[in-house]
Design a protein around this ligand. Sequence first.
Ligand code: 3H9
Length: 697
Amino acid sequence: MSDKIAYSRDGDIAVLTVQNPPVNALSHAVRAGLWAGMDQAESDDGVRAVLIVGEGRAFFAGADITEFGKPPLEPHLPDLINRIEASPLLVVASMHGVSLGGGLEVALGCHYRIAVPSARVGLPEVHLGLIPGAGGTQRLPRLTGVEPALEVMTTGRHVGAKAAHDLGIIDVIKDGDPGKNGLAYAQKLLKDGAGRRAVSEMPPPEPIDWDAAFEATLARSKGQISPAHCVRAVQASVEKPFAEGLKAERQIFYDLMQTDQRQGMIHAFFSERAVSNLPELKGVTPRGLQHIGVIGGGTMGAGIATAALLAGLEVTLLEMSAEAGQAARDRIERNLSGAVKRGKITPNQHDQILTHTLVVVTNYEKLHDVDLVIEAVFEDMSVKKKVFGELDCVCKQGAILASNTSYLDINEIAASTSRPADVLGLHFFSPAHVMKLLEVVVADKTAPDVTATGFALGKMLGKISVRAGVCDGFIGNRILSTYRTAADHMILDGASPYDIDAALEAFGFAMGPFAVADLAGLDIGWAVRKRKRAEGLDPRARDTHYADKLCEDGHFGQKTGKGYYDYAAGPKARVPNPDVLPLIEAERAAQGITPRSFTHEEIVRRYMASMVNEAAKVVGEGIARRPSDVDMTLLFGYGFPRYRGGPLKWADIQGLPELLNDIKGYAETDPYFWHPAPLLEQLVADGRTFDDLNKEG
Ligand code: 3H9
């Protein structure tokens, strides 16, 4: 038997204990071991029942995702589950931790299921671009009915033990040791003379309107296809005999396994976990974090303070005046009330935090005791330096001084203090208590334990933390500024903001770039354009001014009710602002441009080419550690569709030679903007991909 399954006997019960840390994924060795364990139990004299139980953190986290994309090895999971279910012995699953995907499917193949109260079950395959492929779509609806089964598998959500019991998935909930509970339950079942009970032999559930359910699920999934395919697989469970239904499920599972979406989502799964795993921080101990300072209580500062408070940290927030301090407190209170509504904290915790854990001050001296302070004031170097000068004077030795700047040079900020090794960038995304991304910007002199503390803070706040080097805009905003420029160029050449938004929303972005600009505030881009013009634009760079005119007239997007769109009927009911196209036409005329039309495909191709090219420069220059770090930045901070994996995964799937050709083609008319990234040229020359670089670590 494989070393992943331990076989033992307790009277007339055989116990198969799964030992495949960290989460008991159903790897080939585990499947083979379970098969052999069932064989052994069936030939072991006197055995009347089998108990399957997991050691460590979980029953099973599902199929081993690292095996996907490789040739499948026997025994296949569906066959193993059928084999367990068909056993003449009575088979009991004792569940704790998670039972997900193939893990729940194993449990559904057992005849009885017991779980501890903290256990969670689910069929999250849709998050990997798949459907359950080992009988889940056939067995779960037989237990719960069609609608609840579809809800569980199309959302991929984790269902708590009690809810799973109410749905009929779990037979018994009992606190205590899963091994002991399982044995006691199996003994009781034997004593009561309970028989084998195969879910596959239960009658199929009632049908629903399958086409309507398919279309509704497709519409809800924003371009992702796997949830809607769950509907077709469940349809088979109702319309076909069990064995035929299993075959239909298997076919859909295999078809989805071949898709780009499956590749993109599995890339996202592993990259999300790898992004904070930095070799440079191995063995480096982060500094202690208990008390955080925040400078500035605007939307960003209040969001950062809220995130820290929700993570259980003490927060001292500094504002310029008592009135500004009260406004900051009000913002935080609103954020915390939202957290109460979402069930993240209780009303009692909300009150405790506001009366005890949050302190709002107007005097820098009060920050003498903080472990880490994050500045979130106006984006102006002289203002930032003044703040850091004050912090340098009052903060205790060893305190970390962080800036939330989105563009400015952290090296210059650090150099304005007497302790540059303690300075780093912590770039949050608004609203900071909601958005998952945190760029940890490491300056030239940042000490390793300061970087480690930045990552430790990110973990405490539940963020996806990405290491970034210093440059204008770091990883995310630098790439954003390039693809926004590509969009502006397309507008000059004939596309409309509405075509561009429609094309990119169809590609899968939550919002197109012009809708995003309206949401963020057009004044932000205006300030950046003014700064860049003041620094001096390269004479070869194309510049656009029509958006400046919107800002000069006081239209900053959603917050003023008008920008690229008109929001008179509410933020979700945007309609094009009729003033915009005439402004664009006037600018084209002034620049002597004859407009041409762009197809949606052309728009996406150019936009993505600019994004990939800049991302390749960001990786090539070492601003991002590896391609998957860029992918996670765009996924968690910029609304990039998860099912495409990120821009560099998308580029790999499209083919790097084709993309480079596109870029070279665009460069014929604008060689300054479309300068190919050296790293992209190198990868094409070597016949390699961005993912090859990810694998190098
Ligand atoms: C499936 O079952 C298909 C079937 O229907 C049909 C088959 C024919 N495989 O997340 P963590 C690793 S599809 C391989 O940091 P947590 C993970 O990469 C599967 N590895 O911990 C990480 O490695 P490292 C359906 C896996 O406590 C380590 O375990 N199941 C798998 O925050 C710890 O993970 C799912 O989609 C796996 N299945 O969360 C469940 N799962 O330490 C996916 C985890 O090297 N997994 N690893 O970075 C999860 O949702 C979470 O990992 C879990 C633990 C909740 C289990």
